[in-house]
Design a protein around this ligand. Sequence first.
Ligand code: SF4
Length: 371
Amino acid sequence: MVITFPHMGKMYIPVKALFDELGVDIIIPPKINKDTLDIGLKSCPEMACLPLKVTIGNYVESIKRGADTIVLSGSCGPCRFGYYGVIQKEILKDLGYDVDIVILDPPREGLRELIDRLKKISGNCSLYSGLAALSKAFKVSEGVEELLELVLKQRCKEINKGDTDDILSRFEEKVRKVKGANKILDCIQDAKGELSKVRLDSKKKTIKIGLVGEIYTIIEPFVNFDIEKKLGDMGVEVHREMSVDNWVKYHLFPDIKFRRKQKRTLKYAKDYLDLCIGGHAWETIAHALYYARKGMDGIIQIMPFGCMPEIVAESILPTLAKNENIPVMTLVVDELTGEAGYQTRLEAFVDLLQLERSRKENEFGEALSWN
Ligand code: SF4
């Protein structure tokens, strides 16, 4: 059995740690590029969600490199994500690939089923080894998230443009070469050490923007045109509550402390939206409110074209923006989105936030600090 999985930002790092620990062979799909998207566009229905198309590209590229089993997470929520596994299996069959697809649904959909599927992909390892591997993969997942948060904080203040991203790409190169969670954790520590030496302009006034929206389009840089880097290079400190680490903690292998915190955050949004309508629309509203009350300068919502839950969230955000007096911009992405227009919209939004900041400073004086 050779396993592959979809790409979503840096998710491949904890997944690699997990399978390395279990001693299972994996193929990490090549970094998403135009060819990956083209495969998806040729094979999927036009109106399918963008993440479904891109991940089909991931699978085909991995199958061509020897993968025979695909592992993906599932959901029985009200949006199309719940059907991904079934639809993708049919699409791959039509393309002539007869591969096994293992869907890991959240435990609430059936714990026995989840354990059986985990056993299948872990080569029937013992419960002890399985739990030990999972626990190490969680540590890697947390470590990666901490590293990415550091990157978001530093990129906007670095004196030599590109220092932070150079460290991040060297880190990724190293991770692909090493085997085992401990070695990956060492790479994370090394990268953190290198980041601590990057020269920063600590007095630089930065604009703060919170990202909300559909998880895949927030996290995967290929589909969002690397929005975090684009904003960071414009001197914006990006905040992103949505992460692979948080998703795993909430849905797949629940972390009680984190779940309580997340439930409190969701309750926070009850005046605007008080139930899960699929995808991450509820989180979009809750996080937008959280950012507004935390004093962010603006909020950007990102979503794939036609994403049902995010369309609902998009219709709520203008009321929230008005009530909380915070600018909100929505970016819809699909295979036809042009990077130049996208960049222009980001620059215009950041200019607007900077003007608004200066206006408030003039009005309220130094009492209103930038950071
Ligand atoms: S959240 Fe949106 S993009 Fe994702 S599967 Fe559901 S409808 Fe599609």
